[in-house]
Write a protein that binds this ligand. Sequence first.
Ligand SMILES: C[S@@+](CC[C@H](N)C(=O)[O-])C[C@H]1O[C@@H](n2cnc3c(N)ncnc32)[C@H](O)[C@@H]1O
Length: 219
Amino acid sequence: MKTSDPTTTPNFDALARPYRWLEYLTFGPYLQRTRTCFLSELETCRRALVLGDGDGRFTAALLRANPSIHVHAIDASPAMLRALQKSAGPHADRLTTEAADLRQWSPRAGTHYDLVATHFFLDCLTTPEIAVLAARLSPALAPQARWVVSDFAIPATKFGALVAAPLVAALYRAFSILTHLRVRQLPNHRAALESSGWAMESEKKHLGGLLLSQLWHRR
Ligand SMILES: C[S@@+](CC[C@H](N)C(=O)[O-])C[C@H]1O[C@@H](n2cnc3c(N)ncnc32)[C@H](O)[C@@H]1O
């Protein structure tokens, strides 16, 4: 695979099977707590667009918690999508999956999602790529749509400099080797979403600010 090309789609297939266990070994329950932090706020949502959800633990939790919701899950990795389908279990009849590179994907005309979910996915994109994605989604979103985000962050504290920054750099190095991800640093997703017409409603920090859960709404 040509890895010097920044447009190469990262390939997470090999991680689909061990992903959950690698996560438990490194972060214990914290990433799942971060993903599901605002789940109880999403009870009125009916059509969700879940982007880059990997093996689908957020999708499974959302389908379980909200029996009226339909989920369209998109990911570049077919192996991750198979794992996501399996995670949905008895709720898979309310799930549609699609394999695509989200840097090129556009929603079908006539769809109206009222929820977008991106958990530890925006950090696979650059800030301009997030802004372009948000602009492409815009015509397919309901006026009251919300966006839930989970992501890593480097807090401006001693812990940020001594622990979070080296840890995030190590994660990027590992993903670069394992998946050929070309992004090397956390994007500024806050700036990209704000410039695309979104406003942050609520934010919760976990593990000293290393992990963020955010709930956004359209302005
Ligand atoms: C770091 S994993 C995060 C998975 C999951 N959302 C979580 O919370 O752990 C990133 C996921 O995004 C997908 N992905 C990365 N870049 C992508 C792209 N450009 N288009 C579509 N999916 C992408 C990967 O296949 C992978 O499943």
